[in-house]
Design a protein around this ligand. Structure first.
Ligand code: FAD
Length: 384
């Protein structure tokens, strides 16, 4: 891979991938696996060489940090008593996978089947997506061949780039919570990722040996030596270049590069927009693809009037309920003194375990809010 931060005259490619986040790193890897493809991967953020990206607890220092986060704010929301929230979005190689919670949850089969139904695209069906998930997985429960649970092989892969591990902790308070769920009729699940995620258990995480496993490590490093993959990081894509005529085509991208100003890179085959849930619709709108009235308001010439672009974002807001517990080991009891903090640091240094290796949530519970639901419709995160 040529990681140049100057264009060196080369501006013509077969494929241009916009955004080196979760999707972009994987796509750049797969496309450049064919040496005949000249692939350009463009990322607005810098390299993922900030130590807090890689130490799991570091998400606390990456969120709202200009080195790793776009630092978006929502508009004040009447539904949130007029509050404006911080809206983290990764801005570095790996994108959100460099700052996220590392929790490995695929979603429910019925979600995928619903997408297939509403889009009319059968590729979205759970059964059709499952082989793709399995192909890129490296699941710890198959490290020893997976004999302990032969069914696991029907849902998970081994030897792929995307590492999944168990969390490196087991606390009594979490076990007690899980036992209480079982008493209440909620089963202990073996796996949240088999299509029906109802149950309680520890989250599995995208980590390797106590370090965050982001998509840059997983998918870019392996592609690094390929001469047909070019990476431009710290490079902002300003707009898509669209051809004129009745059926406009995207032919490339206009970028702003440090020290070089504006350039146009051309794609003879495809431009792949993987700039995330905020970045992708924003780029489409800036390129004249979106609700015509809105575009005109901003003096953007309309290429295609598509009212859905930039609308209907759904996200998973959480309600935080806090309870006091006595006589239990929690993060608070461990971190409320200098010696406690030193012990936490030492544990991570020596064993790569303990609170510094922790994802933001440890235990997960999916259940139904009432009997009338056939599938889980509510999720709890337990964070003692
Ligand atoms: C704080 C947080 C916690 C999360 N926790 C979890 C979790 O525990 N488990 C889970 O499964 N999911 C989690 N998610 C969600 C998950 O990380 C995202 O859904 C996923 O990473 C999105 O991947 P993406 O490729 O669509 O976008 P991103 O990973 O956001 O990638 C988009 C990339 O495009 C770049 N980009 C954007 N605009 C431009 C531009 N104009 N020019 C150049 N580059 C651009 C961005 O900098 C970014 O690197 C979390 C997300 C956040 C923010």
């Amino acid at each position: 891979m040529s990681d140049n931060n100057n264009a060196q005259g080369q501006l013509d490619f077969d494929y241009i991938v916009v955004g080196a986040g979760s999707a972009g790193c994987l796509l750049a890897n797969r496309l450049s696996a064919d040496p005949a493809n000249r692939v350009l991967l463009i990322e607005a953020g810098g390299r993922d060489n900030y130590h807090w990206i890689h130490i799991p607890v570091g998400y606390l220092y990456c969120i709202d940090n200009p080195r790793t986060d776009w630092r978006f704010r929502t508009e004040p929301d009447p539904g949130l008593n007029g509050r404006s929230l911080i809206y983290p979005r990764g801005k570095t190689l790996g994108g959100c996978s460099s700052i996220n919670g590392m929790l490995y949850i695929r979603g429910q089969a019925r979600d995928y089947n619903h997408w297939a139904e509403v889009t009319g695209e059968p590729a979205w069906r759970w059964d059709n997506c499952l082989p793709d998930f399995m192909r890129h997985e490296d699941h710890y429960r198959l490290d020893d061949g997976g004999d302990a649970d032969p069914e696991h092989k029907n849902y998970h892969g081994h030897g792929g780039e995307w590492r999944i591990e168990r969390q490196r902790l087991k606390w009594k308070v979490l076990e007690d919570f899980a036992d209480a769920c079982v008493e209440a009729g909620i089963p202990r699940t073996r796996d949240f990722n088999r299509g029906d995620n109802e149950g309680v258990d520890y989250f599995e995480v995208n980590q390797r040996s106590g370090w965050r496993w982001n998509t840059s490590k997983a998918f870019l490093r392996t592609a690094e030596k390929r001469p047909n993959l070019t990476l431009w990081h710290s490079t902002h894509v300003m707009a898509l270049e669209m051809s004129a005529g009745e059926k406009p085509r995207c032919t490339g991208v206009r970028v702003e590069r440090p020290g070089e100003g504006e350039l146009t890179a051309n794609a003879s085959r495809e431009v792949i927009l993987s700039a995330g849930a905020i970045g992708s619709p924003q780029l489409l709108q800036l390129s004249g693809i979106g609700p015509a009235d809105l575009l005109r308001e901003h003096d953007i010439p309309v290429v295609a009037d598509l009212p859905g672009v930039g609308e209907n974002l759904q996200d998973h807001l959480q309600i935080r309920s806090v309870y006091k517990v006595r006589g239990a080991k929690t993060l608070n009891t461990m971190a409320n003194s200098l010696t406690g903090k030193a012990r936490i640091g030492l544990e991570y240094l020596i064993k790569r375990s303990g609170p510094m290796s922790m994802a933001p949530s440890q235990l997960c519970l999916f259940t139904r809010s009432s009997e009338e639901y056939k599938h889980a419709n509510i999720e709890y995160h337990v964070q003692p």
